[in-house]
Design a protein around this ligand. Structure first.
Ligand SMILES: *Cc1c(COP(=O)(O)O)cnc(C)c1O
Length: 372
């Protein structure tokens, strides 16, 4: 009975998002007694050897699948992605100025937070409608910046970088909250990478930070201890009580990714899954429209409008989706419409089911229009 719930429902939510069923089953199996400890993982001391194994093996698996070089620390922090928006300037804003490439609402929020601690140089012209990544030849980078900040995948707007920005040696910082481990990439190009877990790698409550060692040792005096990368690196994320359960689940997700082809495997799936949805959009003769420029389309979050933003039709689409067990497809309140989030745990069949429903819905409405 418990499995039917999972089999009949597809969670397309943007975050907290779907976790692999295998991982949830492992968690369920181990919840009352974690391996040899005979107590629940929820009750396990963060100072125990057993937890040490949990955190070390999560780090080791990630280091393995992402090829994280030895001169990087892997941290598990709290305060969400939003906490790290503050932690970045608090730890590495050495020159007092930072470059922010704002391509959507998450990077805009990060820039606003950083401006509390120093000068923010806006690399791109201000806009309220995010639909593209302007060509790098137009970017206004400040050579004196302590770092260049960008968001790899704008979850709300569905804008994803398919290249790593060139910074002329200025340290590069990336928010990968919603696309981490969905493709292989060269970690050594980055000074700091961070990701709230709840989109692609686990439950809410832990944030992964991968920090290059030369970024440590320069926190501002006012930097709160829990946001201090140097303290967290020195204490292996165990300065205070870490989110034990979340780190455990993230470790299981890393192993699941490894078993399923690693970041390369996830990249293959991500392309196939997102292409299914974009193909329906592109072949719908304008019935479905994705407002994002093609070269910036996200493989993780596919936003679209129906019939020129016909809210009545979009509501009908969402109701029909729920009736078919397809949940959490409503677009972010700031952009409206529909948003399909296709994170790592979404299967090809599930993406296909949505594509089929979209085609059916389109047909249904073409017929209705013709009959009227
Ligand atoms: C969700 C999200 C965040 C914010 O994460 P919180 O954990 O809610 O603070 C930041 N950046 C991106 C890209 C996100 O998708």
């Amino acid at each position: 009975m418990t499995d039917t719930k999972f089999e009949n429902v597809i969670n397309f939510g943007a975050g907290p998002a779907k976790l692999p069923l295998e991982v949830l089953k492992d968690v369920q199996k181990e919840l009352l007694g974690y391996r040899d400890t005979k107590i629940s993982i929820l009750e396990l001391s963060h100072r125990s050897n057993d937890f040490n194994n949990v955190i070390n093996s999560a780090q080791a698996t990630l280091r393995d699948i992402l090829n994280v070089p030895e001169n990087y620390h892997i941290l598990f922090m709290q305060g969400g992605g939003t906490g790290i928006f503050a932690a970045i300037p608090l730890n590495i804003l050495k020159t007092g100025t930072a470059d922010y490439i704002v391509t959507g609402s998450w990077s805009a929020k990060a820039a606003k937070e950083a401006a509390k601690f120093g000068k923010v140089n806006m690399v791109l012209p201000k806009t309220s409608k995010y639909t593209e990544i302007p060509d790098p030849s137009t970017w206004k980078l400040d050579p004196n910046a302590s770092y260049v900040y960008y968001c790899e995948n704008e979850t709300v707007h569905g804008i994803e970088f398919d290249f790593i920005p060139e910074t002329n040696g200025v340290p590069l910082v990336a928010d990968m909250s919603s696309n981490i481990l969905s493709k292989p990439f060269d970690v050594s190009k980055f000074a700091v990478i961070f990701a709230g877990a709840q989109k692609n790698i686990g439950p809410a409550g832990v944030t992964l930070v991968i920090v290059r060692d030369d970024m440590l040792g320069y926190p501002m005096d006012v930097c709160p201890t829990v946001l201090n990368f140097t303290v967290m690196a020195n204490d292996n994320s165990l300065h205070n009580t870490p989110p034990v359960f979340q780190i455990y689940v993230v470790g299981l997700v890393f192993e699941w990714i490894k078993r399923n082809g690693g970041p390369e495997g996830m990249q293959n799936f991500a392309k196939k899954k997102s292409n299914k949805i974009y193909d329906v959009i592109d072949n719908s003769g304008g019935f479905y429209v994705c407002p994002i420029k093609r070269n910036a389309r996200s493989r993780m979050n596919v936003p679209f409008r129906i019939n020129d933003g016909d809210e009545k039709l979009e509501k009908e689409f969402l109701l029909g989706a729920v009736a078919r067990g397809m949940l959490q497809l409503k677009g972010h309140r700031s952009v409206g419409g529909i948003r399909a989030s296709l994170y790592n745990a979404i299967t090809e069949e599930e993406a296909e089911a949505l594509a089929d429903y979209m085609k059916w819905f389109h047909n249904e409405h073409t017929n209705n229009l013709e009959n009227n």
